[in-house]
Design a protein around this ligand. Structure first.
Ligand code: TXA
Ligand code: MG
Length: 332
């Protein structure tokens, strides 16, 4: 991360952010994945403000962001040894671990469930914020969902947050564009002894990377009803307001030509440039770079008063999994 990104949030602003969190107010901050809308996770009144600001149903659990790995044991219990190994391998980073919650861990944070989602984010601004907050608060956890209205595309710049939640946030820390660009991988370890590890949401850390620590590929999310609730697993989530359609590369030229002939204004998110796509964004053919630009591109097209956004189907394979997941939901 270049140094100029660190200078934007100076110590005075950081102190102000910590004071806001302690007072039970909302502070939006950058993580390496997407911007988060933060509140003191040990304060149920503060946490309730997150749900109100987002318009999010109260039974959808929040991720608690921590400053240091040791804090795992403060928020979670019956922690399987593999959780510590994963934390060591991937934190700070885009991995959220679902574990059994401690008895005191507020139900307001866990959406009424007996488990809690925990992660240490890697963005330097979020790390500085979390460390400063942990130094002055008893539990030192910051609950933060993505800083968008419920069901909408996650924000990857401070400007996105300002546009969507500016009125409802006490402070927005600006840390430039998020380098990962899509949300963390969520790995359920809460029933590890009996059910093993299970990916609830693919994200910045791929299944093969997890397998190197787990010794085997984790299970992917099934449609089982007794699984923990993940709002990001709703069929239509991460969606722009404009209808979105996924198309194979070969189907694109005809489709776009027919839309144009019918007078429909189409935007396109492409891997290969097309001559007949007027509002088009061409994204890099590399999953990490594609992910970094995905949400900002969707927002841009969503703001262009189009009838439809057409997305060229990306390649398949583990490294593209999280992108396919988000595009499917955006299209649902
Ligand atoms: O990258 C990220 O994870 C970002 C940044 C801000 O950290 N956060 C994020 O939060 O994406 P949110 O609330 O938009 O999505 C978190 C997901 C939700 O789908 C929620 O249901 C799930 O995590 N989750 C949280 N705690 C859980 C739990 N105890 N059991 C199952 N799912 C949980
Ligand atoms: Mg979200």
């Amino acid at each position: 991360m270049p140094d100029f990104m660190l200078s934007r949030v100076d110590d005075a602003l950081l102190a102000q952010a910590v004071a806001r969190l302690r007072a039970g107010d909302l502070v939006a901050f950058p993580t390496e994945t997407v911007y988060g809308l933060g509140a003191d996770a040990a304060n149920p009144v503060a946490v309730a403000k997150i749900f109100a600001a987002k318009g999010r149903p109260g039974d959808h659990p929040l991720i608690v962001h921590l400053a240091a790995t040791e804090a795992l044991a403060r928020w979670a219990k019956d922690i399987p040894p593999v959780a510590w190994k994963l934390a060591e391998a991937f934190w700070p980073g885009p991995l959220t671990l679902i574990l059994k919650k401690q008895d005191w861990t507020p139900m307001a944070v866990t959406g009424g469930q007996a488990t809690v989602g925990l992660r240490i984010p890697a963005h330097p601004v979020s790390l500085r914020l979390l460390r400063a907050f942990a130094a002055v608060s008893e539990q030192g956890g910051v609950a933060a969902p993505s800083a968008n209205r419920f069901g909408r595309v996650s924000p990857t710049t401070a400007a996105h947050v300002r546009a969507e939640l500016g009125e409802r946030t006490a402070l927005i820390l600006d840390g430039d564009a998020c380098p990962v660009g899509i949300e963390s991988t969520i790995l359920d370890l809460s029933r590890f002894a009996t059910h093993g590890a299970r990916i609830l949401r693919p994200g910045g850390v791929t299944a093969p990377a997890l397998a190197e620590v787990l010794g085997a590929l984790p299970e992917a999310r099934g449609e089982n009803a007794d699984l923990p609730r993940v709002s990001g697993s709703l069929a239509s989530h991460y969606a722009p307001a404009t209808p979105l359609r996924l198309l194979e590369t070969t189907a694109l030229p005809d489709f776009l030509a027919r839309q144009a002939a019918a007078g429909r204004r189409c935007g396109a998110l492409l891997l290969h440039p097309q001559t007949n796509a007027p509002h088009c964004r061409v994204l890099p053919d590399d999953p990490a770079q594609y992910a970094r630009m995905l949400y900002a591109s969707l927002r841009e097209l969503d703001g262009a008063a189009l009838d439809l956004i057409v997305v060229e189907m990306p390649p398949t394979g583990f490294t593209w999994n999280a992108i396919h997941d988000r595009l499917r939901r955006a299209a649902a």
